[in-house]
Design a protein around this ligand. Structure first.
Ligand SMILES: Nc1ncnc2c1ncn2[C@@H]1O[C@H](COP(=O)(O)OP(=O)(O)OP(=O)(O)O)[C@@H](O)[C@H]1O
Ligand SMILES: Nc1nc2c(c(=O)[nH]1)N[C@H]1C(S)=C(S)[C@@H](COP(=O)(O)O)O[C@H]1N2
Length: 166
């Protein structure tokens, strides 16, 4: 069985249809090509905590995603609230993913320290925040993608198609 992955874009501009969501496309490509994952749900919401929380809860409790990747809203701007929405819906912290992504990203750009991204678990769903830009998405997801099949196998108690890989 392939890993079920949901993508949530938090972007005021994107939610108004003012920008093509190339960041979500980067996620889709990496997940399908590097992890043989299946995108089961995709949503774009404005940078509003309630809307981000509602989407994360639906993707977990109704769509039963194994993994949710958010993009956008992790920076220092007043409207950047994706980490707060994520922390409000998780029941366990899993900080190692965000730590690894920031550590790897700092080697690419010192601006990586501006990301407040968090990672955690709601039920049997792993939720990872990624930055908004396509470059940030690619560099952050690349830092952890090799470990995701093993992490999801332990979290869900299932093996994916490539679950026997390290
Ligand atoms: N979903 C996205 N798709 C493509 N590019 C994006 C996306 N989100 C952000 N970017 C790019 O990353 C840059 C920095 O992201 P930031 O979150 O500050 O975007 P913004 O446009 O200021 O805010 P918002 O997306 O909430 O309207 C943006 O200028 C934009 O070029
Ligand atoms: N690897 C990597 N991480 C990165 C970046 C990047 O270009 N590459 N951009 C940074 C910048 S400029 C910001 S403001 C923060 C938060 O981005 P967000 O507000 O779009 O979520 O992510 C940071 N993390």
């Amino acid at each position: 069985m392939r890993w079920k992955v949901a993508i949530l874009t938090a972007s005021d501009r994107g939610s108004r249809g003012e920008r093509e969501d190339t960041s979500a496309q980067v996620i889709r490509e990496l997940i399908e090509e590097e992890m043989n994952g299946e995108i089961i749900e995709y949503r774009v919401v404005p940078d509003e905590k309630d809307e981000i929380m509602a989407a994360l809860i639906e993707m977990t409790d109704y769509f039963r995603a194994d993994l949710i990747l958010t993009t956008g809203g992790t920076g220092l701007a007043v409207r950047d609230v994706t980490p707060e929405a994520t922390l409000s819906v998780i029941d366990r912290h899993a900080p190692g993913f965000a730590e690894a992504m920031r550590m790897y990203s700092l080697q690419k750009t010192p601006r990586a320290m501006l990301s407040r991204a968090v990672s955690g678990i709601r039920g049997k769903t792993l939720i990872l925040n990624l930055p908004g830009s396509p470059k940030g998405v690619s560099e952050n997801l690349s830092a952890v993608i090799d470990q995701l099949p093993h992490a999801l196998a332990i979290l869900t108690g299932r093996e994916g198609d490539h679950g026997d890989e390290a």
